[in-house]
Each structure stands twice: as structure tokens, then as C-alpha cells.
Ligand binder design. Structure first.
Ligand code: 6PG
Length: 246
């Protein structure tokens, strides 16, 4: 699979961003006749998208075939309000997806790294191999957010997890930003193993960091790339100002 250049798509506002993300997600599902695998993101970025999928638009999804994963998790119980997959479950998955198609990171493990190893085994079992083949992506779509420090998933600037090349999933003992709980995160090569990586970035408070990342600073959100297509979906408020040198 040839790595495509990163593309930037601008929309008017968070509602349009959710509609554009839903259209891309539906297209990826439609293009996969087998078991479409979608890797969700935490944070506030996907909230409106989840609401759309829970509504009428979701009627067109072949729910029995689609599998749902998560790119990172806060190391808190499965029903904690900070748990990323719990938010996705509450918003849409529990009402729509068969339980066997929902793949949360198990936070009942002894520690974050033990949870990471268990999730790695689950991903490898779904993929059917323990080494990633560039010609055969693990995920059809990986959703991503960008944090205020330029992190993505739970890959924080300067963290050793960013340099991981062997492990698919790792434990992260210290988060750089709130909530300051340990995390579990997929690594860059695992996240890269997808047909499309789609960043959801909205709001004026993201603009300065989006400008830095998209102008080439090697922050985690900039280093995260798909082996296929990487798309940044930004609303107008988050869009870098061309006069900032972008
Ligand atoms: C998490 C997320 C994280 C998130 C960014 C952006 O667990 O916190 O997965 O990587 O995507 O921090 O979050 P917002 O969309 O809430 O700004």
C-alpha cells in the first residue's frame, strides 16, 4: 500500500465536521466486504459523530459485520466516566453493535502494560498474525484527536512510547495532560496500519497547535501517519492562518 500525502479538509463548524467524518466512515465500511475494523478515538472530538451514528444515519451501517476498537484508553474501570470506550458505548455502540464486535482495552488488568499486552493479543488474534504486513492493513479507519500539547492517542511529546517499533500496544504511566491517569495506547506503527487515518480537530483553542503540527513540527500528532491515506478534518475555527507561515 503506497503512503499517500497528508491531506487537509476544512469544514465550516463542528456539525459539518461530524457529517464529513460520518461520510468517510460509511465509505470505508462500504469498501470493505469482509469485517470492517474501525479504531475510535477518545476525547470530545467524536461526540457529534457518535450521535449521528446512533441516529438515522446509522441505519445504513451493517452493524453485524463492523468491529470497533479504541486507539487509547485511560486506565480507569470500564464504567468510569473517563473511560473512552465507555463513552462510545453509551453514545452509540451498546444500542447498535453486537457485544462481540466491541473491543475495549481491558482496564481490569494488573497495570497499564499488562492491559496493553492483553489488547495486543486481541488485535493480533483479530488480524490473524503477530506481525503487521504493510499490504494488509489492520484497520479500515483510525480516528484521531489532537491534544493541547500536540499529543494524539496517548502518545505524549517526548514519551518513550513514541519510539516503540515492536509492540502494538504499550502502557503509559504518566499522562502529560488531564485526566492525569495512566493510559494504554496503540503505538505509531499499529495506528499506521490502516487504509485511512482521520483526525478530527475543531475549535479555536486547537488552532495554534494545528498550525505547529501541520507546518511540520515533529509533535506526536504530526508523526502519526497512515500507511495509506492521512486526512486532517478541521473546522474553520481550528484552521491554521496562512499568515502563520502554513
Ligand atoms: C484521550 C484521547 C486523546 C484525545 C485528544 C484530543 O484519551 O484523551 O484519545 O488523544 O483524542 O486529547 O481530545 P479532544 O478531542 O477532547 O480535544
Amino acid at each position: 500500500m503506497a503512503r499517500a500525502a497528508r491531506s487537509i479538509v476544512t469544514v465550516a463548524d463542528p456539525d459539518e465536521l461530524a457529517r464529513a467524518a460520518a461520510a468517510r466512515l460509511m465509505a470505508r465500511i462500504a469498501a470493505q466486504p469482509g469485517r470492517p475494523a474501525i479504531c475510535l478515538t477518545g476525547g470530545s472530538g467524536p461526540t457529534r459523530l457518535f450521535a449521528l451514528l446512533a441516529g438515522k444515519l446509522g441505519d445504513a451501517i451493517p452493524w453485524d459485520r463492523v468491529h470497533w476498537f479504541i486507539g487509547d484508553e485511560r486506565f480507569v474501570p470500564a464504567d468510569d466516566k473517563l473511560n473512552n470506550m465507555a463513552a462510545a458505548r453509551r453514545a452509540v455502540l451498546d444500542a447498535r453493535a453486537p457485544a462481540a464486535n466491541i473491543h475495549p482495552i481491558p482496564t481490569d488488568a494488573a497495570d497499564p502494560d499488562a492491559a496493553a499486552l492483553r489488547y495486543q493479543a486481541e488485535l493480533q488474534s483479530f488480524y490473524g498474525a503477530d506481525a503487521l504486513d504493510e499490504q494488509r492493513p489492520l484497520f479500515d479507519l483510525v480516528l484521531m484527536g489532537m491534544g493541547p500539547d500536540g499529543h494524539t492517542a496517548s502518545l505524549f511529546p517526548g514519551a518513550p512510547a513514541l519510539e516503540e517499533t515492536q509492540r502494538w500496544v504499550v502502557g503509559v504511566d504518566h499522562a502529560n495532560v488531564a485526566p492525569l491517569v495512566p493510559r494504554v495506547t496503540l503505538t505509531l506503527p499499529t495506528l499506521a496500519s490502516c487504509r485511512e487515518m482521520l483526525f478530527l480537530v475543531a475549535g479555536a483553542d486547537k488552532r495554534a497547535m494545528a498550525t505547529r503540527v501541520l507546518s511540520g513540527e515533529p509533535l506526536p500528532a504530526g508523526r502519526a501517519r497512515s500507511n495509506g491515506e492521512t486526512v486532517w478534518l478541521l473546522d474553520r475555527a481550528a484552521m491554521p492562518d496562512p499568515s502563520d507561515g502554513h
